[in-house]
Design a protein around this ligand. Structure first.
Ligand code: SAM
Ligand code: DTB
Ligand code: SF4
Length: 363
């Protein structure tokens, strides 16, 4: 076992996680950067695009959510989108430079009549050469295997917060059910995307509890989204107090240290953060984000603004992994970068990373 692999642990104690949170800010960020650099290119970011394929009227009562049928949030409810419309959106996402397309549905679990349509979406989007991710609520073993068979790469299902605080936020789905879904997903051979949400009024101890749970799963989730609450009028959390951004950054840094090989995603809440805060979050080890001006029902930073931010920071988007058999020549790669230029991504990619990407493809 290499030294780096020894850092992968699934036996964190609450006290150890608390000790990381308690480090002086600079020491914590330095440690997180070291871990990050040992496993990732520190200037490369994975880009996902989100789409709500079935919006609103959700039977769950998550107190933060615009889509819960329990609260009056003035959201337009929609049935499952047509397969072709979803595929069109995925094509646009690919053209904009995304490597992963994430489809979310406001369900307790996938309904029988709609599930085959979601499988078809996964098949067609996978065939476009994009990574696929869905989040459909609770899954059983059979559904997980069917999604794997259709070509699903990632399933997103968050633990959201600590087991102790969870019941103050959600009463219609248990923590144990969430863990069970994650276990079905893992057993089916699908990559796990599981994280949480901060700013719900939870304590430091709850943030510690969330990260300890995630890091002590039998295998670390490949992807760990950290969401900052987007306050939604009409939900019980519409007036939740602001969380200190330094605490959010700490949480990202601790996630990076505890789950060294996972992609840590700066997920919802970026419109409430300035560029400098986001830069610190990347410094703390976040290496994935949602791109595009809409998340599911709320807004995300304008695409052009993100491109400019990447450019200012020398960050470039991750390209799809290419197998040895289809390594692109430098000319082909240049052409691809040139195409991306027309779709905004490029500025950042061409200025900062052409050499890096070529080197990677040739390696
Ligand atoms: N309905 C599915 C589920 O809950 O598993 C998938 C979609 S749900 C929107 C996915 C995650 O988004 C939630 O677990 C939560 O962490 C995050 N989220 C939802 N609403 C949010 C909000 N208003 N602000 C920040 N994050 C939010
Ligand atoms: C995740 O952890 N965050 C995304 C994704 N998984 C599905 C959702 C964020 C939703 C933000 C609120 C909204 O736009 O409705
Ligand atoms: Fe439904 Fe997901 Fe929103 Fe909870 S977070 S109310 S499960 S859409």
């Amino acid at each position: 076992m290499s030294n780096l692999d020894k850092q992968i642990r699934n036996n964190w104690t609450v006290e150890q996680t608390e000790a990381l949170f308690a480090l002086p800010f600079n020491d914590l960020l330095f440690q997180a950067q070291q871990v990050h650099r040992a496993h990732f290119d520190p200037n490369r970011i994975q880009i996902s695009v989100l789409l709500s394929i079935k919006t609103g009227a959700c039977p769950e009562d998550c107190k933060y959510c615009s889509q819960s049928g329990h609260y009056n949030t003035n959201l337009k409810k929609e049935k499952l989108m047509q397969v072709q419309k979803v595929v069109e959106k995925a094509k646009q996402a690919k053209a904009s430079g995304a490597t992963r397309f994430c489809m979310a549905a406001a369900w307790k679990h996938p309904p029988k009549k709609d599930f085959p349509l979601v499988l078809e979406m996964v098949r067609q989007i996978k065939a476009l050469g994009l990574e696929t991710c869905v989040t459909l609520g609770t899954l059983n073993e059979e559904q997980s295997l069917a999604l794997k068979e259709a070509g699903l790469d990632f399933y997103n299902h968050n633990l959201d917060t600590s087991p102790e605080f969870y019941n103050s936020i959600i009463t219609t789905r248990t923590y144990a059910e969430r863990l069970q879904t994650l276990s079905h997903v893992r057993d089916a051979g699908i990559n796990v995307c599981a994280g949480g949400i901060l700013g719900l009024g939870e304590s430091r101890r709850d943030r510690v509890g969330l990260l300890t749970q995630l890091a002590n799963l039998p295998e670390h989730p490949e992807s760990v989204p950290i969401n900052m609450l987007v306050r939604i009028a009409g939900t019980p959390l519409e007036n939740a107090e602001d969380l200190d951004l330094f605490e959010f950054i700490r949480c990202v840094a601790v996630a990076r240290i505890m789950m060294p090989k996972s992609y840590v995603r700066l997920a919802a809440g970026r419109t409430q953060m300035n560029d400098q805060a986001q830069a610190l979050i990347f410094m703390a080890g976040a290496n994935s984000l949602f791109y595009g001006d809409t998340l599911l029902t709320t807004s995300n930073p304008d695409e052009h603004h993100d491109i400019q931010l990447f450019k200012r920071l020398g960050i470039y988007p991750e390209m799809m992994e290419t197998s040895k058999s289809d390594i692109q020549t430098e000319a082909e790669l240049q052409e691809k970068i040139q195409q991306q230029h027309q779709h905004l991504f490029t500025d950042a990619a061409a200025t900062c990373s052409t050499e890096n990407m070529v080197a990677e493809q040739e390696a």
